[in-house]
Design a protein around this ligand. Structure first.
Ligand code: EPZ
Length: 421
């Protein structure tokens, strides 16, 4: 079992490059199954979730290899259409296999992902959409089985712009017969990246990034070489860390446009920010001031994935900040842990009221999920004294060698192995 130990209170300085986006790479890896031949994906981050996706593709019969940030996927050996329960439990994104396997091979069986610590996370939009595309769906003993001779285009309206459902349905529709329209589709940059990848393979997808996506089905897709977009959530986390701890940093390989509202709120809180085509410089102006208010929402709204990290910064901002979480119902698990470090936070249903305190103090805390963990790293970097973070495996799902990144910016942060006994 590993922990992170952080001696806080040191300002950050220097320059750091952001890795490719996990949440773009995962669906793109699944989409690569729909070709015949070898797809080469570049700047794929070296993360646990990506390893699990590689394992899943291999378990289905694809050959997959990694060299540095480049992953090669050759799917012609696929002869399995069942995603094992064990894989599904490791990672919810195994759901992304549904669209591609169904579209290309006419069948797929996955176990239903369970609820997770940020909310119930149902999959009804995925299933209803696939049904509209002509899939026959049977649910039994915790498994979902989908079959279709060939999917047929249809008009799909999503009750909520779900990121995963938009991606799954977009993948299913590219090989379907005829036209599919996805209305009230998610507009996240990762959706646009997947559409760009599919189009590079010969698909016909338009409107990704707007609320309505049009897909003309094609017969075949061809393999391509493709570079995944930079991870906007990792970039945001780094900027937030420098705002909390102070100092001056440059974040490279980032698209400022993907962080619109986050940069606005960071400026409101007291950060000085300069944006360039593919990098952002940030310097903290003291003191930090409260932000009223941040409300998470589908893109281009404030990303739910940066709600916890931003809250960590606001614990030190003068005045009372208000943060509302509208996307996932249980995404305030970090509040307890931040309170252990001296934060003054009150939660009323889905809204947190954060009254700034002059300082946080190091404590023993636990990462309950990926972004809650990132929030604790930020708090630890800004706090006085030593913070020890347990359950680091959650953080490793989304941040490649987080301790090295912050060490390179001058932080005192160490990974320690702790015996179970
Ligand atoms: C994606 O999850 C991301 N994961 C999440 O990142 C991110 O927090 C989330 O989008 C929102 O931006 C990946 O891209 C792999 P949704 P996803 O479907 O697709 C409800 C991280 O930390 N819903 O947009 O699962 C759902 O319960 C993670 O990297 C249904 O009701 O999110 C939620 O309230 C965690 N029925 C809302 O929609 C459905 O069938 C948004 O979920 C599907 C979703």
């Amino acid at each position: 079992v590993e922990t992170l130990a952080i001696d806080g209170g040191r300002p950050l300085s220097g320059s750091v490059r952001v890795h490719g986006a996990k949440n773009a790479a995962l669906p793109i890896m699944a989409a690569a199954l729909m070709t015949y031949g070898e797809c080469v994906l570049e700047d794929v981050p070296d993360l646990k979730d990506i390893d699990v996706m590689m394992e899943i593709l291999q378990s289905l019969g694809a050959s997959v290899s990694r060299q540095g940030g480049t992953i090669t996927i050759e799917p012609s050996g696929i002869n399995q259409y069942v995603v094992q329960d064990e894989m599904m439990r490791k990672m919810r994104s195994s759901l992304f296999l549904m669209g591609p396997l169904l579209a290309k091979h006419g069948q797929v069986r996955v176990s239903k992902p369970g609820g997770c610590t940020i909310g119930t996370r149902p999959i009804d939009f995925h299933l209803n959409g696939l049904k509209l595309l002509g899939a026959e769906i049977q649910e039994e003993n915790g498994y979902v089985e989908c079959k279709a001779a060939r999917l047929k285009g249809n008009h799909i309206y999503l009750d909520y712009p779900s990121v995963g459902a938009t991606e799954n349905l977009m993948m299913a529709a590219v090989l379907a017969e005829g036209t599919t329209v996805i209305e009230n589709a998610a507009r996240e940059p990762e959706i646009v990246d997947l559409a760009n990848f599919l189009n590079a393979m010969g698909a016909s997808v338009s409107g990704a990034g707007d609320g309505t996506i049009f897909i003309e089905g094609v017969e075949r897709l061809h393999p391509v070489q493709y570079r995944v977009i930079p991870d906007r959530i990792v970039a945001g986390t780094l900027l937030l860390a420098a705002t909390a701890a102070g100092g001056e940093i440059e974040v490279q390989n980032v698209r400022p446009i993907h962080l619109g509202v986050v940069l606005t709120k960071l400026r409101d809180a007291g950060a000085e920010i300069r944006t360039y085509l593919d990098r952002i410089q940030l310097k903290r102006r003291r003191p930090l001031v409260a932000v009223d208010r941040i409300q998470t929402a589908p893109y281009p709204g404030f990303p739910t994935d940066l709600q916890a990290p931003f809250m960590a910064v606001l614990t030190l901002a003068k005045g009372t900040s208000v943060l509302s979480e509208t996307v996932f119902e249980e995404r305030f698990k970090h509040v307890n842990e931040l309170q252990r470090m001296g934060a003054n936070i009150k939660v009323d249903l889905r809204t947190a009221f954060v009254k700034g305190v002059p300082r946080l103090t190091g404590a023993n805390v636990a990462a309950t999920d990926l972004r809650a963990g990132a929030a604790l790293v930020i708090a630890g970097l800004a706090a006085e004294g030593t913070t020890t973070i347990e359950q680091v495996h959650h953080i490793d799902r989304g941040y490649q060698q987080i301790e090295r990144v912050f060490e390179s910016l001058g932080a005192s942060i160490r990974r320690k192995s702790k015996s179970r006994f």
